[in-house]
Write a protein that binds this ligand. Sequence first.
Ligand code: AMP
Length: 183
Amino acid sequence: MCLLQPESRSEQRASVMCVTSCAIGLGSNLGDSQRLLDLAIKSLDDHLQIEVIQVAGYYSTKPIGPPQPDYLNSAVTIATSLSPWELLMVLQSIENNSGRERQVHWGARTLDLDLLLYGCWYINTSNLQVPHPYMADRGFVLVPLAEIAGDWWCGEKLVQDLWSVVDRAGVKLECRVDTFRFV
Ligand code: AMP
């Protein structure tokens, strides 16, 4: 039986002893993408073992892969007591709740959530690779991420150094986001 009865979510979170700072990439190009990103960030923050720390702006970006609409991309930093694999499952359940269906590889999707960085961990398992294997080559990942985590390490390089050399053409800021609207 739990004898502690925390009064608030922040007290519940304060009881979490071991937290890791992580970066998540978000993307959507089907449906009301701005609302889908808003809801995804709110869902992350609603999880008792996740606290959203910073939210990057929302950027319109050109798609890679088959012909499809432009994307809206962003990134958030979080603190979490979840393991990387538990966090991946949370990301996938938020994707599924957005109505996402996995049909065409690299095809259009209502919501895509990628675990970009989990502390300084390197992970290479069958269902999870961290740092995210393609992030260093993708302007749509690095432009929002550099806004909030430029001084984070991605492997042996800083995010801002990866940002400085990546192709950023077609990545356009659409709106800044007030972090506090999610809490
Ligand atoms: P996607 O179609 O881009 O959403 O890819 C999802 C697949 O990538 C899932 O099967 C995941 O297990 C796998 N995956 C591997 N590494 C990661 C990561 N760092 N973040 C999210 N998904 C990942």
